[in-house]
Design a protein around this ligand. Structure first.
Ligand SMILES: NC(=O)c1ccc[n+]([C@@H]2O[C@H](COP(=O)([O-])OP(=O)(O)OC[C@H]3O[C@@H](n4cnc5c(N)ncnc54)[C@H](O)[C@@H]3O)[C@@H](O)[C@H]2O)c1
Ligand SMILES: [Zn+2]
Length: 347
């Protein structure tokens, strides 16, 4: 089984990400598996067959981003207390990014922090949430506003779980993979251009590559002071699309895909990429079934919504733009008139 060492600064936060069939997990402790009804129905028996522990409990949370909240975290903690989990116990997050973020947070605050393992079952969670240690929940003030940086003890990535993932969810995960290729790795971009989507072995290799790129970026910049912000390519525009279209219409990855096309239009105008590169990125997004066009209803209010993003520091928008394929740069001095011009192309 292949693995990748995620060593961050400070020994305590290093862990392994394993790729391939789920091994037998032999754990001499109490274990609480947290998942949702859909994933439980599809895959919980498989997981239970692999976990050998002193006691194993399951906690099921309703499916959906709307349940990524304090109430669900409280219910996880209550189950943990009811079954007398202690500081040596372990939580397993078994699901997509919603479960992963919430369980990481619950594990991080239960008795001031117990171990947790992530077994991500969506492509997005495998390539994106498995590295970086961001955990948390949403509240009335916004998404992911409450949480911790809290690293798992291990992550197990098995592409077989993706067989049951709906096509749209798979495409949304690919948007984040394409994002990493465009910003950091031209060769990887070519690999994606030639990828046979049905080839599970090739898919696992692609996941592994995407994870290693993200790991490298996070290792350099754990707390998002510099290069890690490159992972927001497509996200400034994408967050505005999510906001303006009403959360739920598009999956996050779909909005990011459309956001990347908007960012690329700006990059093209600034001479950072050429038309051939612009077309190649768009074609790659389309190959994976990611939408690439979005009609902006009101250009001015779309622009204003950039300032609601928590990544917009001191009222300056920091655009993350591709520089060729495989390179990335930041621009915080783009005149409003130019940005409005670009947005008008989508109106
Ligand atoms: N921590 C991080 O670094 C990080 C990074 C990116 C995203 N996120 C968070 O992740 C969340 C989005 O994650 P997501 O896209 O995985 O969404 P999700 O967890 O809601 O999963 C998407 C849907 O797929 C279903 N599903 C999961 N695995 C399945 C499987 N194997 N087969 C069939 N259906 C399956 C889920 O039940 C759900 O309905 C957001 O809350 C986002 O904030 C966190
Ligand atoms: Zn994203």
């Amino acid at each position: 089984m292949d693995s990748l060492d995620i060593s961050l600064k400070g020994e305590e936060s290093s862990y392994q990400i394993y790729f391939g069939d789920l091994p037998k997990l032999i754990l001499d402790k109490k274990v609480l598996i947290v998942t949702n009804p859909k994933i439980a129905g599809l895959h919980l028996q498989t997981l239970l067959g692999r976990v050998q522990a002193r006691e194993v409990y399951c906690h099921i949370i309703p499916d959906g981003e709307v349940y990524k909240n304090f109430k669900s975290v409280e219910s996880i903690l209550e189950t943990a207390f009811n079954h007398h989990l202690d500081r040596k116990s372990l939580m397993i997050a078994f699901g997509g990014g919603v479960i992963g973020d919430m369980v990481g947070f619950a594990a991080g605050i239960f008795m001031r922090g117990i171990d947790f393992i992530q077994i991500p079952t969506t492509l997005l969670a495998q390539v994106d949430s498995s590295v970086g240690g961001k955990t948390g929940i949403n509240n009335a003030f916004g998404k992911n506003l409450v949480g911790l940086f809290y690293q798992p003890k291990a992550v197990y990535i098995n592409s077989q779980f993706l067989r049951t993932l709906p096509q749209r969810e798979l495409s949304a995960g690919f948007a984040e993979i394409i994002k990493m290729a465009v910003c950091f790795d031209r060769e990887f971009f070519k690999v994606l251009e030639n990828l046979n989507i049905g080839d599970e072995c090739a898919l696992l290799a692609v996941i592994q590559k995407a994870v290693s790129i993200k790991a490298q970026v996070v290792r350099e910049d754990e707390k998002e002071q510099g290069i890690r912000a490159a992972l927001n390519y497509g996200h400034t525009f994408g967050h505005s699309i999510e906001l303006q279209s009403g959360y739920g219409k598009y999956l996050h990855g779909e909005a990011v895909g459309m956001g990347m096309v908007m960012a690329n239009t700006l990059a093209l105008a600034l001479g950072l990429i050429n038309q051939v590169e612009f077309d190649a990125i768009k074609a790659l997004l389309e190959k994976f079934g990611i939408p690439t066009s979005y009609a902006i209803k009101n250009v001015e209010s779309f622009y204003e919504s950039f300032f609601l993003d928590k990544k917009s520091l001191n009222s300056r928008i920091k655009f993350v733009l591709p520089q060729g394929i495989g390179g990335v740069c930041f621009k915080d001095d783009i005149p409003k008139a130019l940005v409005l011009d670009i947005l008008s192309e989508f109106a």
